[in-house]
Design a protein around this ligand. Structure first.
Ligand code: PMV
Length: 346
């Protein structure tokens, strides 16, 4: 019986946001992200030959059979049949769990679809009897992750990642993400991301519906151009350590994402009163202390606080005193820039 394949894949937080797509999960603009360290999916894939031409799939999430996720993955595998002939004649068993709590309002599709794509890439290598060169392996995993769930393609690499064709990054592509080609400035080493849980509720607008809001959006073209410019500048900033420009771009990207949702038709307001209260306190704190802490937001009310590791002690004391009371049940999750997925078996 073949050994199980086990990957641990982290989530990622976008600094320049992907919002709007075309074709088969292709982005309208390039995006840049930090891969996280703590918020991960651990996925185990077991496979046995069944002697037939077809494949079967069983799926467990946190030790329970989960039909909704099983069907989502089965649908993805069916849609990729021409690319995944190695699945033929295999009984597949997938067990998945997250290292972060279910009700933390953290999107799990990036880490879970990243983990799935990595497991499938390892399976393809095992069935073929030879592994491609690492760069090719990760490119394929990133492409499959993108086809499963857009921004998941950025999770297959550690550090900072770029998805979408941009002149700022040679070799970048709309089809898959690539690691930032230049070394990160030391300011960004172990960059912290403290995730403030304003609400752990399920997202009120799905990614699919969210991206669709950009079709015919009156600001769409201006937005895509802005994201291209932000990507070019941010790629420079990540190499030169200009934190003032980092803060300006990252906060503008978060508020632009939410602004686009608020002035879409239909319109969504995903920030909550405490999201805005946290932003106001953060800006006052930065002004008063000079500590370069900034925020970003996903498509939801929770706030990601981003800051250099050197400022951990005062920022965490301030979070405990001033921001935790604005979080649901006082909850926040410490995280930081991570080294990327790990193959723990296979
Ligand atoms: O990958 P999706 O389809 O879940 O879209 C992600 C969209 C944002 O999280 C809001 C931005 C991003 O680039 O991750």
């Amino acid at each position: 019986m073949p050994q199980p394949i086990v990957w641990q894949c982290p989530s990622n937080i976008a600094l320049v946001k992907y919002w709007g797509k075309h074709g088969v999960q292709l982005p309208q603009n390039p995006s840049v992200s930090f891969t996280l360290q703590q918020a991960c999916t651990q996925m185990e894939l077991r496979y046995t030959p069944n002697g037939g031409p077809a494949w079967t799939l069983n799926f467990w999430f946190e030790d329970q059979p989960n039909e909704k996720f099983r069907e989502k993955i089965a649908q993805f595998l069916r849609s990729q049949a021409p690319e995944m002939p190695f699945l033929a004649g295999l009984d597949l068993q997938i067990r998945s769990r997250n290292t972060f709590p279910h009700s933390a309002g953290i999107a799990s599709s990036a880490s879970s679809m990243g983990a799935l794509a990595l497991c499938l890439s390892t399976l393809a290598s095992q069935v073929a009897g030879h592994a491609p060169a690492p760069a090719e392996f990760y490119r394929q995993a990133s492409r499959w992750a993108r086809l499963a769930s857009g921004s998941a393609c950025r999770s297959v690499y550690g550090g900072a990642t770029v998805w979408g064709s941009t002149p700022a990054v040679p070799g970048s592509s709309d089809e898959f993400a690539v690691p930032l080609p230049t070394a990160l400035h030391p300011e960004f080493a172990d960059y912290h991301d403290t995730i403030l849980i304003v609400s752990g509720a399920e997202k009120s607008v799905s990614s699919r519906a969210g991206h669709a809001l950009m079709q015919g959006h009156p600001y769409a073209q201006v937005r895509y151009q802005q994201a291209r410019t932000h990507t070019t500048t941010l790629v420079e900033v990540l190499a030169n350590g200009d934190l003032a420009t980092f803060i300006e771009i990252v906060e503008n990207e978060a508020l632009t994402l939410h602004g686009l949702m608020m002035n879409s038709s239909p319109s969504f307001t995903l920030m909550q009163p405490n999201t805005l209260a946290i932003i106001a306190r953060l800006r006052a704190y930065r002004q008063a202390t000079g500590i370069p802490v900034c925020f970003t937001l996903d498509a939801g009310p929770n706030v990601h606080l981003l800051y250099p590791a050197a400022h951990e002690a005062p920022v965490m004391a301030w979070v405990r005193d001033q921001l935790a009371p604005l979080c649901e049940n006082g909850r926040y999750l410490p995280d930081q820039l991570g080294a990327g997925p790990i193959l723990t078996n296979g």
